[in-house]
Design a protein around this ligand. Structure first.
Ligand SMILES: Cc1cc2nc3c(=O)[nH]c(=O)nc-3n(C[C@H](O)[C@H](O)[C@H](O)COP(=O)(O)O)c2cc1C
Length: 285
């Protein structure tokens, strides 16, 4: 397996993404960290050492010891907790299927625990996710609190090209946001399409109000998945504007069988109690 194939295999797991957090302290791009999108925990750290492609993988302590005895190329993890992590050097005595199995085990150990889901299923509640776009952090805060209040997963809609301060200058008619919002057919590219919307019944969609409606990246998001039969609950933050024509505009981007509720402005301080009261009032269970 090459480095790219290894990264590609890790990306086949639900909600997996690659991250390069150590760029500034390591050789550029040397450590690829594969994480779970919901809790951002890493399950595979990929790098080269002594000319060999290596991957650090999580395992339970008993299995870690067993694998180290079974394979020469499985050793206590380089640079990590040696009780719970192993390093596998590729191209040696670890067969590819065995490596894939170890990656799967590592992923299972770090992915969000099923407890929350079980509670939801046991109480016949519908499965929810809060998907949000935030250019300057205001909507992100609200989305965070909402995901807790609604017992929902959290997913960030990220533009492939992040918005700079200049891009957000609404006074400049030529800024990126002005140009995009002047063209209703603009569809800013999103960085990934791994929100797994198919797994959810209710999708809260949050964004800042731009020129009285949702940024067109929200249309990109809605058009990137199949929302047939799902309930979409828009919420937004703004300087002062209300939700206006936002919902009517978003309806055009989803299947007619999707239900879109009235949008909700969540400006100002939102307490867990006020958010919970709002979620309960939606009657989504
Ligand atoms: C390009 C642009 C257009 C905006 N248009 C409006 C608007 O029409 N009405 C309004 O009240 N606020 C407007 N705002 C302010 C944002 O809606 C507000 O600051 C929001 O809370 C930012 O959320 P964020 O930090 O999650 O990006 C605009 C901001 C930008 C950058």
């Amino acid at each position: 397996m090459t480095r790219q194939e290894l990264i590609g295999f890790c990306l086949t797991f639900p909600a997996a993404y690659e991250d390069y957090p150590f760029d500034d302290i390591m050789d550029a791009g040397a450590w690829a960290v594969m994480r779970h999108r919901t809790n951002r925990k890493s399950f595979a750290l990929i790098y080269e050492r002594n000319g060999k492609l290596c991957v650090n993988l999580k395992c339970d302590p008993f299995e870690a010891g067993f694998l180290r005895q079974a394979f020469v190329d499985v050793t206590p993890a380089y640079h990590m907790n040696k009780e719970h992590w192993n390093t596998v050097a590729l191209g040696g005595d670890v067969p590819e299927e065995e490596l894939q199995w170890m990656i799967g085990k590592s992923y299972d150990l770090v992915k969000p625990k099923a407890k929350g889901r079980k509670i939801r299923r046991d109480s016949a509640m519908r499965k929810k996710i809060v998907a949000f776009f935030s250019a300057s952090g205001v909507t992100r805060k609200v989305a965070d609190s909402l995901s807790e209040a609604a017992n929902a997963d959290l997913y960030e809609i990220r533009p492939e090209v992040p918005y700079t301060k200049a891009d957000l200058d609404w006074r400049d008619k030529k800024s990126r946001s002005s140009v995009e919002m002047n063209d209703k057919s603009s569809r800013p590219v999103i960085a990934d399409k791994d929100a797994h919307i198919g797994e959810y019944d209710v999708v809260f969609v949050g964004f800042p109000i731009w020129w009285h409606i949702a940024p067109t990246i929200i249309n990109t998001f809605l058009e990137s998945y199949d929302f047939a039969g799902k309930t979409i609950v828009p919420f937004a933050t703004s300087g002062s504007s209300g939700i206006g024509e936002t919902v009517a505009n978003l309806k055009k981007s989803v299947d007619a069988s999707a239900t879109i509720t009235d949008g909700k402005m969540l400006n100002g301080k939102q307490t867990k109690e006020s958010l919970t009261a709002w979620v309960n009032s939606l009657g989504l269970t």
